[in-house]
Every structure is written in structure tokens, then in C-alpha cells.
Design a protein around this ligand. Structure first.
Ligand code: HMG
Ligand code: MG
Length: 284
């Protein structure tokens, strides 16, 4: 039987958040609708963060209001605090994601608080999400390298991952925020983390700065991980990780997986058009 690999399409959020020019709300909606038509099971649609920090995501509620939801697709958004969570739920998201970091300096730069303070912001979100029956995904940034603190010890990742899972996240997305992971560091990370949680609780989130993302996904596949984040058109980056390129390109990941005889449920004939449209929206 063909094995399924889940592609978590993050282009409308991670892809667009770092573009220099503001993308019109109607174009964001058009992109999400094109992606819905490609059959993705998960589309990270926007983020409910401070517009002072990330102006590109200021229209999150309008994007959510404008998209045509497809049955079978989960539309999610990043929520850094209760204010973001309430706005996200009010706008009709199906799932939220909280985002922490394995490195102290990146936590400060990205969400303006320490790793520990981050947990105290996430706790009420998860408690409320349980009542609302809303799934919560957890991101950890800088899983192998941090732009400020240098190399990340896998133990730092394990500490945050165990905490997020214990709190109630259904999945931990391991973020190579600056695209610096190598086959060796990815292998070291994944084999360490798997001592503490099963592969089906993990996702790989590789930025492609050094063109190593596909190889790193290969390492994760060998270790049993079956969920990967990618961005249509390879767009993106993080405003707080200068020089980091976009997420690995969805088209490249889907093609590689299909060549490896995995099944993704993604309609490849519609992907190229969506990728061309995503690229037309701007450059990192
Ligand atoms: P803060 O300044 O410490 O907090 O920001 P604050 O509570 O003092 O709020 C500052 C201002 O933002 C206030 O406005 C708040 O009202 C407002 P003012 O009073 O000055 O006019 N505010 C909000 N507005 C809208 N929605 C909200 C919200 N919260 C506060 N939810 C905060 C703390 C977390 C809000 C800020 O640091 C922030 O928004 N950070 C987000 C940064 C971000 O989005 N980074 C990119 C996404 S993460 C990523 O890309 C990595 C990932 O892809 C994985 C990987 O690759 O590693 C996931
Ligand atoms: Mg990212």
C-alpha cells in the first residue's frame, strides 16, 4: 500500500509574512483559494500577531472572512497570545499554532519574551482551545541553529518539545528557521528527539537557505516522520532571522515524495499555477 505523507502548506503565512511589499488582501484570498483547489489537507492561512511586529499579517481577519473553505482542508493560523487566539477563533480558523523557540535569543527577538515567559502565554491558549475543541500545533524555532546564539543543542529542543506536547499540542513542528541544518545535524536532532516522543507527533519545517531542505526531509522520512511544512513558490522567511530564505518549495517536496512513491493527496496539475501566482506576489 502507498504510504501517505502530509504536506502542511504554510505559504500564505510563512511565505507572505516576510515579503517587502504589502500584498493585497484579495490576492492573499486568491492564493488560499488556489491552494484549497490543489487539495491540501492543511493550509496555514495567516497569523494573528501584532501588526506593529508583522504588518503583512495585519489583515488576518479579512483574509479568513474572504476565503472559500473547502471540505477536507484545515485552515490554521499562528496565535502568540490570548488576544491572537480570540481573534483567530472569532474569524473562523479551524486550528491554531503557538510558536516558541529552542534558543533564548530568538525567543526574545521573535515574540519579545523568554522561552519560559512564552509558556505562560501559551498555557491559557491551550486551556481555552481544549474547551473550544480546537487543535493546537506547536512550533519550535532554531532547532539546529540560531541566528543569534549559534548551534542549538538537541536537549534544548527536547525540553521545549516535551513541554509543548505535555501542555496539549497534538504535533510539534521542528523549525530550521534559518535553513542551516545539515544531514548530520538533522539526524542528530531527530534521533535525539525520538527518544522522547513518537515520529507521528513530529513535523519537519525546513527553510531552504542552503538548498539542503530536501535532503533534510529525506533524513526525517527515514526516521519515520510523515508531516512536512512547505511554502508554495518557496516564498518566505522570518522577519526576525535576517537572510533566511523561504520554506522549502511545495512543488519540489511534492515531486520528490511522488518520485519516492509516497502519496500526498495534492493535485499536481494545479500546483504550478498556484506557485506562479505566489511568486508574482513579491520577493523576500
Ligand atoms: P509585545 O510588544 O511584547 O506585546 O509583543 P504587547 O502585549 O506589549 O503588544 C504590543 C502591541 O501589539 C500592542 O499594541 C498590543 O495591543 C498589540 P499598542 O498598545 O502598542 O498599540 N498586540 C496585538 N495586536 C494584534 N494581535 C495580537 C496582539 N498582541 C499584542 N495578537 C507579540 C508580543 C507576541 C504580540 C509580538 O512580539 C508579536 O506579534 N510577535 C510575532 C512575531 C511573528 O509573527 N514572527 C513570525 C512568525 S514565527 C516564524 O516565522 C517561525 C516559524 O515559521 C517556524 C520557523 O521557521 O522556525 C513558525
Ligand atoms: Mg518558518
Amino acid at each position: 500500500m502507498t504510504e501517505h505523507v502530509k504536506i502542511f502548506e504554510v505559504g500564505p503565512r510563512d511565505g507572505l509574512q516576510n515579503l517587502n511589499q504589502l500584498v493585497a488582501t484579495e490576492d492573499k484570498i486568491k492564493l488560499v483559494d488556489m491552494l484549497s483547489n490543489c487539495g491540501f489537507s492543511n493550509i496555514e492561512t495567516t497569523s494573528f500577531v501584532s501588526p506593529k511586529w508583522v504588518p503583512q499579517m495585519a489583515d488576518a481577519a479579512n483574509v479568513m472572512a474572504g476565503i472559500s473553505k473547502r471540505d477536507g482542508t484545515t485552515y490554521s493560523a499562528l496565535t502568540p497570545n490570548m488576544r491572537g487566539y480570540e481573534a483567530a477563533i472569532g474569524s473562523g480558523v479551524d486550528e491554531v499554532a503557538i510558536f516558541g523557540s529552542a534558543s533564548e535569543a530568538f525567543s526574545q527577538k521573535n515574540i519579545n519574551c523568554s522561552i519560559e515567559e512564552g509558556f505562560s502565554r501559551f498555557t491559557p491558549i491551550i486551556e481555552r482551545a481544549k474547551i473550544d475543541k480546537c487543535n493546537v500545533r506547536g512550533y519550535i524555532s532554531c532547532v539546529t541553529d540560531c541566528p543569534y546564539d549559534g548551534a542549538t543543542d538537541p536537549d534544548q529542543v527536547i525540553r521545549v518539545a516535551v513541554r509543548l506536547l505535555d501542555m496539549g499540542c497534538y504535533e510539534i513542528s521542528l523549525g530550521d528557521t534559518i535553513g542551516a541544518a545539515t544531514i548530520e545535524t538533522t539526524h542528530r536532532l531527530i534521533s535525539s528527539v525520538l527518544n522522547y516522543m513518537p515520529s507521528n507527533a513530529l513535523a519537519g519545517h525546513f527553510h531552504d537557505t542552503n538548498n539542503a531542505a530536501l535532503e533534510n526531509i529525506g533524513v526525517c522520512l527515514e526516521a519515520g516522520i510523515r508531516t512536512f511544512d512547505s511554502a508554495i513558490g518557496g516564498l518566505g522567511g522570518c522577519p526576525y532571522a535576517e537572510g533566511a530564505k523561504g520554506n522549502v518549495d511545495t512543488v519540489a517536496v511534492v515531486n520528490m515524495l511522488h518520485e519516492m512513491k509516497y502519496e500526498t493527496g495534492v493535485k499536481t496539475e494545479k500546483l504550478d499555477k498556484a506557485a506562479a501566482f505566489a511568486r508574482s506576489l513579491g520577493e523576500n
